[in-house]
Design a protein around this ligand. Structure first.
Ligand code: HEC
Length: 238
């Protein structure tokens, strides 16, 4: 370094500039050196992947749980809630499968029932028969002897009424579900249809017997089924 006094106006410009350059170089700390390209690349990679993982873990990228994305209105919600993109039949099957948990406690998830106790719904002539009869069993229950797939059942106490805890919509969906699950194929049951039967039988307080229901064995509740790609054609099914 120069020993000239740099503040002295006599010192020439070249000396001053040179001294400044030397000072800059000496002052440059090791950490101030530009990072090598590979380090920048690795750093970016960690930030992008790590940030993504973190965002994911915190639910920021999930439209349901994200505090940020939640502010954008979910397009599915405007059309009637989650599942609104399903056609009416698929939606009824989905909801019916959930409601079936109530029935499944006795009739089993497989729909096969329990020999000597709970009759099967899979392949049952009653499930695939008239919806007038089926809806009545679901709403008010059933007691006394009943024959399903050649087996006799007569459970003491019978089947408890389900129409107290379940709405018309719940029952409609669960009936659509049992008529179109485990290989069963049957027409759709709508909540308007169940409402019709509930209203007709509103003074009823006791369970049905098969003898009483005989006249409904083949009768279907009148009413339209919604249009949709998956909706079974009522005329084409048993
Ligand atoms: C507490 C047990 C129990 C529950 C819960 C129950 N059932 Fe039943 N169900 C029975 C019994 C027992 C019978 C036979 C009654 C008899 O012996 O008269 C029966 C009969 C039936 C029958 C006529 C026979 C057949 O197998 O086709 C249908 C249809 C039926 N149940 C549908 C349902 C549906 C749908 C649900 C749910 C919404 C349901 N059950 C809930 C016990 C139950």
């Amino acid at each position: 370094m120069s020993d000239k006094n740099l503040n002295n106006p006599d010192t020439n410009d070249l000396d001053r500039i040179h001294a400044a350059v030397v000072r800059e170089k000496a002052d440059l700390p090791a950490a101030g050196r530009p990072a090598p390209m590979w380090a920048i690349f690795v750093g970016l990679l960690v930030a992008v992947i790590g940030g993504g993982e973190l965002g994911n873990a915190l639910g920021y990228f999930n439209i349901e749980s994200s505090p940020k994305l939640g502010m954008i209105s979910d397009p599915r919600a405007s059309a009637g809630g989650a599942g609104a993109t399903l056609d009416p039949f698929a939606l009824a099957m989905k909801k019916g499968a959930t409601s079936y948990a109530v029935c499944g406690g006795c009739h089993q998830a497989s729909g096969a029932g329990v020999p000597g106790q709970f009759p099967p719904l899979a392949g049952s002539e009653i499930v695939l028969g008239g919806t007038e009869q089926l809806a009545r069993i679901a709403l008010h229950g059933l007691t006394g002897p009943v024959t399903v797939k050649g087996q006799n059942y007569n459970m003491p106490g019978g089947m408890p009424p389900q129409g107290i805890a379940m709405s018309d919509g719940d029952i409609a969906n669960v009936l659509t579900f049992i008529r179109n699950n485990w290989g069963n194929e049957g027409s759709m049951v709508t909540k308007e249809m169940v409402a019709k039967v509930r209203d007709t039988e509103k003074s009823r307080t006791t369970q049905w017997t098969m003898a009483e229901l005989e006249k409904f064995a083949k009768a279907n509740i009148p009413g339209d089924v919604p249009a949709g790609p998956g909706v079974p054609d009522p005329a084409a099914k048993k």
